[in-house]
Design a protein around this ligand. Structure first.
Ligand SMILES: [Zn+2]
Length: 548
């Protein structure tokens, strides 16, 4: 590794000592109160899965063959993105470290004893003087952010948040994990929000080990609920949108990181071959199965046998599908301090590239202003690190241009997933500032068309969302194919060749227009192209097939 590697390694060690010292100081301060209540608690066992001797290493790559060397070495890649200088963080065993040295890729050690960080964190969290936790009597107040919280604690906190202001906050159960854990979220909707208000989704922790994401998610909900009727800006936001926050999108994986292996990433699907887990953020249907995902069940990037094979991704998908007026979304991850937008699977620019780019810069600026931390905006895809089957590609590609970002929270690699607890609240504040900026700026997404399965002799159901209440929605189809056809009466250009009007409907107060149309009794299977339009606005194009 050379001298450079050793000096980075030493820096990491000094940093760790400082963090331990401050954590101990905090524990001592809070200790006396909590001690009595904790005496009856069973003493938990440390994590059975250990990684003694493993090191966190930053490697610099500048061509695809370098990335293949890394891929052959390990799939435990901690970075979500290759840095602008080609840096990528990987966890390596002593044997892999030797091979890495032989590869001659430039590298430095960020942390030479990751297990020691894990052990220190475990000891802190299982101390009777655990910071920010007084034995379960109350979890209100700023103490919540003094240390990380378990799945049960986060779920209980959502109930408490809703109870603080039941007029505007409701706990929603969006699904159930493989092991039967509830996926709870909280929906916040102001008293003056209109029936057709736009909807926003923030979800954290698709990846289990990213512990700062549930904490930051609860902060979003707490700030919006407590700020309503108090802070004019937040009140306006809550009166504009219905906002759902799902802090833990992978409850089984998250629980596993608290009991068995701190660095687990995937869900807990039993793959039947001795391996466990599917990478939920490679399991989404849009461009599923392509680059940057793995067909190997042992891989940390395993995409599953089919798109949406997992109840956790199905639950999030259905929640979005049920809300055709949803226009904005952020998938919250760590680490790297990044604001990433689609595409993940392709180097092509999305149609709304300029809009997404400028919003990403605005989010980054807002985060920077809080504590001076820079979150780098950029398209997820890079030649060195593409991904497919991600949530944000689906939200954009399958949901008619929904505004969607993948935000990577702190840090930039000193601690990675093992973030010191002192950084929880500042990280949450940075994220929240970015989200407030996004919601204040707003985004007019295209109308959203959904079409039911089409079977001869049955009814076709067409639904347009994000449309203008009181306007007429037109459902238009083509049996010829895609094309470009200007319709002067509506002042829109359809992506259809030889379009035919299928029917029209008045848009309701909820911004939704529905049309039910009987299909012919029988016929040959044929492809049909469909769009919805209103004055000057046109939806996504749906290509589907009429079957018998
Ligand atoms: Zn992640």
């Amino acid at each position: 590794m050379g001298r450079n590697g050793h000096s980075r390694s030493n820096t990491g060690w000094i940093g760790r000592t400082a963090y331990l010292a401050s954590a101990i100081a905090l524990m001592t301060a809070a200790g006396a109160v909590a001690q009595d209540m904790s005496q009856d608690q069973p003493v938990p066992e440390p994590y059975p899965t250990r990684i003694d001797g493993y090191q966190l290493v930053r490697v610099w790559i500048d061509q695809p063959s370098d990335m293949r060397i890394v891929d052959r070495l390990t799939d435990d890649i901690w970075s979500h993105h290759v840095g602008p200088d080609g840096a990528i963080d990987i966890l390596v065993s002593p044997e892999q470290m030797t091979l890495l040295g032989q590869s001659r890729l430039p590298a430095v050690v960020l942390n030479d004893d990751v297990q020691a960080l894990i052990d220190a964190e475990w000891a802190r969290l299982h101390s009777p003087t655990r910071v920010g936790h007084d034995g379960g009597q109350s979890i209100l107040g700023d103490d919540w952010y003094l240390d990380f919280k378990t799945y049960d604690e986060v779920m209980a906190y959502l109930d408490e948040l809703a109870a603080r202001n039941p007029d505007i906050a409701t706990v929603v159960e969006i699904g159930t994990s493989i092991e039967g854990r509830l996926m709870k979220g909280i929906e916040i909707r102001g008293l003056n929000a209109s029936a057709n208000c736009e909807e926003v989704l923030f979800n954290g922790n698709q990846h289990a080990r990213e512990w700062v994401t549930p904490m930051s998610s609860t902060y979003i909900a707490e700030q919006l609920i407590d700020g309503y009727g108090v802070d004019p800006d937040l009140t306006a936001i809550v009166d504009t949108y219905a906002i759902t926050v799902v802090p833990i999108s992978n409850p089984d994986g998250y629980s596993y990181t608290w009991t068995n292996y701190r660095l687990w990433r995937k869900n807990r699907r039993n793959n039947g071959d001795g391996s466990f887990g599917i990478d939920l953020n490679r399991n989404w249907e849009y461009e599923w199965g392509g680059v940057g995902s793995s067909g190997n069940p042992n891989s940390d990037l395993y995409r599953g046998t089919d798109p949406f094979s997992e109840p956790e991704t199905q639950a999030l998908r259905d929640y979005i599908l049920d809300r055709p007026n949803m226009t904005m979304h952020i998938d919250i991850h760590s680490y790297g301090q990044l604001v990433l937008y689609p595409w993940c699977f392709s180097n092509q620019r999305i149609e709304d590239y300029e809009t997404f780019r400028s919003m990403a810069v605005a989010i980054s600026d807002a985060a920077l202003a809080v504590h001076g931390k820079y979150y780098r905006p950029g398209q997820w895809y890079s030649d060195l690190y593409p991904s497919s089957g991600t949530m944000i590609d689906w939200c954009y590609g399958a949901r008619s241009g929904m505004m969607t970002y993948n935000i990577e929270l702190r840090d930039t690699g000193s601690y990675g997933f093992l973030l010191p607890p002192e950084q929880i609240l500042p990280t949450a504040q940075e994220l929240f500032a970015g989200l407030v900026t996004m919601m204040q700026t707003g985004y007019e997404a295209r109308p959203m068309l959904d079409v039911s399965e089409l079977v001869y002799g049955s009814q076709a159901q067409l639904r347009g969302g994000r449309m203008t209440p009181g306007m007429t929605a037109y459902f238009i189809y083509s049996l010829t194919g895609e094309g470009s056809t200007y319709v002067p009466q509506l002042d829109v250009t359809l992506s259809l060749a030889k379009p035919v009007l299928g029917g029209s409907a008045t848009v309701g107060n909820d911004g939704i227009a529905s049309l039910v149309k009987p299909l012919p009794g029988s016929g040959p299977p044929r492809i049909i192209w469909v769009q919805a339009a209103e004055q000057q606005r046109v939806s996504n194009l749906i290509t589907t097939q009429i079957n018998n």
